[in-house]
Design a protein. Structure first.
Length: 376
């Protein structure tokens, strides 16, 4: 589930906790415009952003990595409403001195109308999901009018005006043909809209890296489905069936191999304080003080790690992939059709091949993860 550095339910608690809300307001670090080298790897992070959730850590990793040209953050509803995610993205980038990175608000609802309204019937028929993300709360009217101000206060910068996330993706891909990697780390609504409205960009995208799905294990929201693809199955199906040059999927299967706990937290916050360390101390410190043995899976951060260091992926498999978008007990289930020894088609018509990361070199991952988050 995509979701979350502290797991879906714990993350929701943390976001609303009095401790987090009362944390000292950190100093804003002035934005330091980063040079965009011609040989840099250009990325767009499409995410359902939270406060120090896994999407936020992915954003920090990409912002701190060398030779990465971070073109922008496009926000989608999923873990949080798009208005919340926009505020969290802007404010956290301000706090780490990277407000030069544009933030663009995107789809506020799944592609299929009435998704939230159908949850009542879906829960009655197939069981109530333990976490419904944005659907568990009322949608705010604006990014600067949330139920609770973001950690550190409302952002001083504003999201990119007169541009929707899907249009921003199209604009950047056309500006840098064959160079842009899109991280689809939330529901795929923005990406689906971009390729449906502007199919000419499809061959121009270098790679799409998804966090989504559960292929060889049960889902983490329903027995069938992982959160991201359950939130908007129709968009996930559109994206996966689009003939991109390259598709890489980090499913919930891979998340089982990296478990975050106090040892990793202590390594991140040790030494001279930085803006990122302060955010970790303020938002995670109280949780570990209460329960030093707490451990949580990671999701989105693995996509950044695999991109920055492909050797982090210990075991991968090539399969034709799809998502069940038929309303029923399997709604949102990820489907993978294995290739035979001759790579002969054995898949439903219209499905595309993707690389699925199934296991992670945990030691290599933690070295990269902690190293980037400790970087000044």
């Amino acid at each position: 589930m995509r979701k979350r550095l502290f797991g879906p339910l714990i993350a929701a608690t943390l976001l609303l906790s009095p401790v987090a809300a009362a944390a000292p307001v950190p100093e804003v670090i002035p934005a330091a415009p980063q040079p965009r080298a011609d040989n840099s790897r250009k990325v767009i992070l499409d995410a359902d952003m939270g406060e120090l959730n896994d999407d936020a850590v992915t954003m920090f990793m990409l912002a701190k990595a060398e030779n990465v040209d971070f073109l922008g953050v496009t926000v989608v509803s999923g873990n949080t409403w798009v208005e919340e995610g926009t505020a969290y993205s802007l404010r956290q980038l301000e706090l780490i001195g990277r407000s030069d990175i544009p933030v663009v608000a995107g789809a506020g609802e799944p592609l299929m109308p009435g998704r939230q309204e159908r949850l009542t019937a879906e829960s009655a028929l197939y069981g109530k999901p333990p976490w419904a993300g944005a659907f568990d709360s009322r949608r705010p009217p604006s990014y600067d009018k949330l139920a609770r101000p973001p950690y550190g206060g409302y952002p001083r910068t504003a999201p990119k005006k007169d541009t929707a996330a899907a249009d921003f993706i199209v604009e950047q891909v056309k500006r840098y043909p064959g160079q842009v990697t899109v991280f689809a780390d939330g529901p795929a609504t923005n990406l689906a809209l971009a390729v449906r409205t502007h199919p000419e960009i499809v061959p121009l995208i270098k790679e799409v890296i998804y966090m989504g799905g559960a292929f060889d294990k049960p889902g983490n929201i329903t027995p069938a489905a992982e959160f991201n693809w359950w939130f908007d199955p129709e968009s996930a199906r559109i994206a996966l069936r689009t003939p991109f040059r390259k598709q890489t999927i980090v499913p919930d299967d891979a998340a089982q191999h990296v478990v975050y706990g106090k040892r990793q937290y202590d390594a991140i916050v040790a030494g001279k304080q930085t803006a990122i360390k302060k955010i970790f101390k303020d938002l995670q410190g109280p949780e570990f003080a209460k329960d030093p043995r707490a451990t949580h899976f990671l999701w989105d951060a693995i996509t950044a790690a695999v991109f920055l260091d492909p050797a982090v992926a210990r075991r991968s498999d090539r399969r034709y992939v799809d998502v069940d978008a038929n309303f029923g007990a399997d709604y949102g289930r990820s489907l993978g059709y294995k290739l035979d020894e001759f790579d002969a088609p054995n898949n439903p018509r219209g499905t595309r091949k993707a690389t699925i990361v199934l296991d992670v070199d945990a030691e290599r991952f933690w070295d990269l993860y902690i190293g980037l988050l400790r970087r000044a």
